[in-house]
Design a protein around this ligand. Structure first.
Ligand SMILES: NC(=O)c1ccc[n+]([C@@H]2O[C@H](COP(=O)([O-])OP(=O)(O)OC[C@H]3O[C@@H](n4cnc5c(N)ncnc54)[C@H](O)[C@@H]3O)[C@@H](O)[C@H]2O)c1
Length: 351
């Protein structure tokens, strides 16, 4: 299979590339990523080392109008799109860049896939499009109404609707995955778990929004990648598939578990004012992918959390390199970025 992966230098996309190259010895992957701040500067080299004969990197933006002719030439069998602006706090400060990439970029990539020979297209989305659940609500199913609350979630929901409309209108082979909160190695240290680990290791306070009782549904990143693969290989065109390990837990419980694994005191926890429109609970029902495609998660929360914490302990240089103002200077000096990252140092906590 000749696969085009968009956004493969980010957290989940990079795991997907590694998983896919290892699982399918004949697969070839082209990774298209415009290297925003969320792509660690060492990631292109890390991925290139996995298998230089079956992997190549193309520094391009999914919104690039010239992508059409380029994709036609390469005759890909499928496209998997991870490319997105993903940090909810940043979406509150700078919603424009989220609409540009998550909506306009996806619209462009869908058109590219159509004109490149109606290429099978898996669009990676999120549980956040369903909005917040009440404590007694059943977990969201694929048919649940979309009710996003943050600019990030709204931009992802808009892309989902555009992708589904493309499938219906143009008979385009589009499939959507909606997954819960991922955790694992290589996540940018502005998101909840890596931020918490990095702060705790530096004996800094760990900011927790509101009362910390927001419930998230956790899944180990490689289990998510296996779910995307199942949808890519066996999913039905025009369908949405929820991916979840049924791992609902309040943030504060997860935070305390991580502090315990690190041997750090709970007194590092510092409750801060809540995020505007902060969703109280996400929870997904993933019966469809389990029964129709035979997928199930393989990594327990305890096992995955320990692997994750160990990785951050063993890779201090990796996360230190992208924390603080030096990284922002490096990032701006090295890339001619169109999307200005505003208030980067103010972003402290995420879902
Ligand atoms: N992280 C989660 O818990 C989670 C859960 C469910 C769904 N998702 C979805 O999975 C996808 C990947 O998430 P992630 O956490 O790996 O994100 P990330 O922020 O770590 O990585 C995003 C990647 O996309 C690239 N990118 C951004 N804009 C681009 C553009 N215009 N053109 C090309 N590349 C661009 C970045 O450089 C980066 O490499 C996203 O679509 C996200 O909505 C994430």
């Amino acid at each position: 299979m000749k696969l085009l992966v968009a956004g493969g230098c980010g957290f989940i996309g990079s795991h997907f590339i590694e998983y896919f190259l290892k699982t399918y010895p004949k697969a070839h992957i082209t990774n298209l990523d415009c290297l925003t701040y969320a792509a660690h500067p060492d990631m292109p080299a890390h991925l290139a080392r996995l298998d230089p004969n079956r992997y190549c990197f193309v520094p391009k933006d999914i919104s690039d109008p010239m992508l059409k002719s380029w994709v036609k030439e390469f005759k890909f069998d499928a496209i998997v799109n991870f490319a997105a602006e993903t940090h909810v706090d940043r979406s509150i400060l700078d919603p424009d860049s989220f609409v540009r990439t998550n909506v306009m970029g996806v619209q462009n990539l869908l058109a590219v896939a159509r004109e490149g020979g109606n290429i099978r297209f898996v669009h990676v989305s999120t549980d956040e499009v369903y909005g917040s659940l009440k404590p007694t609500d059943a977990p969201s199913v694929e048919a649940s109404a979309l009710d996003p609350n943050s600019p990030y979630a709204a931009s992802k929901a808009a892309a989902d609707l555009i992708a589904l409309a493309s499938s219906r209108t143009y008979k385009q082979p589009v499939l959507i995955t909606r997954c819960t909160n991922n955790y694992g190695p290589y996540q940018f240290p502005e998101k909840l778990l890596p931020l918490l680990i990095a702060n705790a290791l530096e004996n800094k306070s760990v900011p927790v929004y509101g009362d910390g009782l927001q419930v998230r549904d956790w899944i180990y990143v490689v289990d998510h990648c296996r779910g995307i693969d199942a949808v890519l290989q066996k999913g039905k065109s025009g369908e949405v598939y929820n991916i979840s390990a049924c791992g609902e837990a309040p943030n504060i419980t997860v935070i305390k578990k991580v502090l315990d694994l690190l041997g750090k005191p709970h007194s590092l926890i510092s409750f801060v004012g809540d995020r505007p429109a902060h969703d109280r609970r996400y929870g997904l029902d993933s019966t469809k992918i389990r029964t129709e495609l035979g997928w199930k998660p393989l990594v327990s929360f305890e096992e995955g959390l320990k692997t994750t914490v160990d990785w951050y302990l063993q890779n201090v240089e990796w996360w230190k390199k992208v924390r603080g103002s030096d990284y922002q200077k490096y990032y701006q000096a090295n890339y001619d970025q169109k999307f200005v990252v505003k208030n980067a140092n103010k972003s402290e906590v995420n879902s």
